[in-house]
Design a binder for this molecule. Structure first.
Ligand code: NAD
Length: 374
């Protein structure tokens, strides 16, 4: 019988704490992105400047695990939608990679450059502690390794830290994406040679940069975009990359497009402009809508489902929670299964004439159903 993590009671807050914790699950049901999520918590601390959402999607396979994003969403509804979509993706990511964890994700509504203060993170650490093991977190866009360490010093439910953890997961994520790109090339071209190929990478952050290093070493010609001009200049110098402005990179004349920035880049508007015949990158929620995968298929584009190809980071931090503790070799062995999983998805998608993300979802659901039945 599976343990029900969502029914764990909360740990009481420190007396006099200014943090207020509210169950907003009922409020979230009104949103299109709500997908039967088990529990959604809002943590508010006006004194310490915290507005944080923790969305727990599904804990059939284990406690919820997923990073914390710090982002200045224009509205609370936009932040909640982001948390709902990201946490749902984590459920399928854990399921399809055979991790004994459920899907969860947090969004702190704030500008990571100006609003992230020790007091705010202190309040967030209290929120994580109060959730009493329902949710384990780690880094995501806007939350750095130093921030994760800060939280870990105050609460145990934080992964990907240097304190007793495996450190920054981004290089492992990049390795999984690199292997996934090779699987996509093998499926499409019959071989995974990169020399002579043009590959576009959007986002030169922790994952995107590390991926560029690997692609460049294999002989690919790079086309890059980032909002940060200094990173773009550095990529032009280091990799002799060609630069394209921001979202215009979607339409670059390349063989493969690797989105490694934020989500929603593939939509009814952008897909018709794509020239690449493969999309395989690290960003979460690359499709604006689920049905965009069908648009990609109709256009003859092979799409590597984002939560499968970018699972390296999750695999790495989940390995930290193994009873024997973190073992990098064990983590890398599991990351090497990502291309195998992708090849299975590509083959099944071809034989069933269905979009790859439908197949990935079905495979994740099969695993959850098997666990429920066990
Ligand atoms: P990061 O914050 O280090 O880098 C993101 C980069 O994208 C930044 O340099 C930013 O300037 C750039 N960017 C943002 N919007 C852009 C736009 N419109 N056009 C061009 N550039 C833009 O983040 P990261 O850790 O490298 O993660 C990248 C993506 O991969 C995110 O979607 C994240 O959720 C996903 N992801 C990361 C990991 C991980 O281990 N870090 C794991 C799985 C998925």
């Amino acid at each position: 019988m599976l343990q029900s993590y969502e029914t764990r009671t909360l740990r009481p807050l420190k007396s006099g704490s200014s943090l207020k914790l509210t169950d907003i699950t009922a409020r979230a049901t009104r949103l299109e992105a709500y997908d039967g999520h088990e529990r959604i918590w809002l943590g508010e601390d006006h004194e310490r400047g915290l507005t944080a959402i923790v969305a727990i999607h599904n804990t059939a396979l284990g406690p919820a695990l997923g990073g914390t994003r710090v982002w200045p969403h224009p509205t609370f509804e936009a932040a909640l939608t982001d948390a709902l979509r990201l946490s749902r993706g984590m459920t399928y990511k854990a399921a399809i990679t055979n991790m004994p964890y459920g899907g969860g994700k947090a969004v702190i509504v704030a500008d990571p450059r100006t609003d992230k203060t020790p007091a705010m993170l202190e309040a967030y650490a209290e929120m994580l502690a109060a959730l009493n093991g329902q949710y384990f977190t780690g880094e995501d866009v806007g939350l750095t390794l130093a921030d994760a360490d800060f939280l870990r010093a105050r609460t145990p439910n934080v992964t990907g830290t240097t304190i007793g953890g495996s450190g920054n997961p981004s290089p492992v994520t990049a390795q999984g994406v690199f292997l996934g790109i090779k699987a996509a090339l093998r499926h499409r071209n019959g071989n995974d040679a990169m020399s002579g190929l043009r590959i576009a990478v959007q986002g030169l952050g922790s994952v995107g940069w590390s991926l560029c290093e690997k692609l460049h070493a294999e002989g690919a010609s790079l086309v890059v975009a980032d909002l940060d001009e200094a990173r773009v200049r550095k990529a032009m110098e280091t990799f002799h990359a060609e630069a394209v402005a921001g979202d215009a990179i979607v339409a670059a004349d390349v063989d493969l497009f690797a989105p490694c920035a934020l989500g929603g880049i593939l939509s009814a508007d952008t897909i018709p402009t794509l020239k690449a015949k493969i999309v395989a990158g690290a960003a979460n929620n690359q499709l604006e809508r689920h049905e965009d995968a069908r648009r990609l298929m109709a256009q003859g584009v092979l799409y590597a489902p984002d939560y499968v190809i970018n699972a390296g980071g999750l695999i790495n931090v989940a390995t930290e929670l193994d009873p024997d503790g973190y073992d990098r070799e064990a983590a890398m062995t599991k990351v090497e299964l990502i291309p195998q999983t992708l090849s299975d998805i590509f083959r099944r998608a071809d034989s069933d004439a269905r979009p790859t993300n439908d197949i990935a979802q079905a495979m994740g659901e099969e695993r959850i159903a098997r666990a429920r039945a066990a």
